[in-house]
Design a protein around this ligand. Structure first.
Ligand code: GTP
Ligand code: MG
Length: 209
């Protein structure tokens, strides 16, 4: 990355049932790797990846939550202050698809009102085991007014696209209410940006329950 570009830290949360492929999607995006073995995420973890849009570096802090029910309370504490949420189900797992409604309920109760949410039907490579059609996924996304992708962490299909899409949506939100450093001809250096508080437009208060 070239020096002198402005940098903005954004918080992205991945949520969804256990074993739908949240960790694998993050691993594919950040390292371009895939592991066929399921190691359930314990508690929470995060990975970083920087993307660049219009000369602005978006430093994506991607939180990998645990889908197992015993961690739901812990996960709930991480919705606050999120800029983007990647809600994932597996196209091979009908229950994980039904649970999208439960997760959206959590998003609406706990996440900032202007959070950008994207719905993902993962494991699209497993055609023979498919239980949820693309049309059903599209209808679910339409119901909540959010974007939808089918992905495969295994083949890499649509993985970059989904994270770049949510990055773009967050960037557009920042642009609508640009901070001084974004409009100034010369901004502070990147490391000093990282120590500044987050923008109010991206870290709004949680919704009333
Ligand atoms: P928790 O951490 O328990 O919440 O699960 P998770 O959602 O993080 O699932 P994880 O990424 O660990 O993946 C679960 C299993 O599904 C692993 O065995 C992965 O190899 C497999 N898997 C993930 N994504 C894909 C995919 O796109 N295609 C196929 N065929 N398998 C996948
Ligand atoms: Mg995991």
């Amino acid at each position: 990355m070239k020096e002198g570009r402005f940098e903005h830290l954004v918080k992205i949360l991945t949520i969804g049932e256990s074993a739908v492929g949240k960790s694998c999607l993050i691993q594919r995006f950040t390292k371009n790797e895939f592991s066929p073995h399921h190691t359930s995420t314990i508690a929470i973890d995060f990975k970083m990846k920087v993307i660049e849009i219009n000369n602005v570096r978006l430093k994506m802090q991607i939180w990998d939550t645990a889908g197992q029910e015993r961690f739901n309370t812990l996960t709930a504490g991480f919705f606050k202050g999120s800029d983007g949420i990647v809600l994932t189900y597996s196209v091979t797992d009908e229950k994980s698809f039904q649970c999208v409604n439960k997760w959206m309920d959590q998003v609406q109760k706990l996440a900032p009102v202007d959070v950008k949410v994207i719905l993902i039907g993962n494991k699209a490579d497993l055609d023979a085991e498919r239980k949820v059609s693309r049309e059903e996924g599209e209808a679910m996304a339409l119901k909540y007014g959010i974007k939808f992708y089918e992905t495969s962490a295994k083949s890499g299909e649509n993985v970059q696209e989904l994270f770049l899409d949510i990055g773009n949506q967050i960037f557009e939100k920042i642009e609508q209410n640009p901070p001084a450093w974004m409009t100034a001809s010369k901004g502070p250096n990147m490391s000093s940006m990282m120590t500044k508080p987050k923008l109010s437009c991206c870290g709004g208060a949680p919704r009333e329950t």
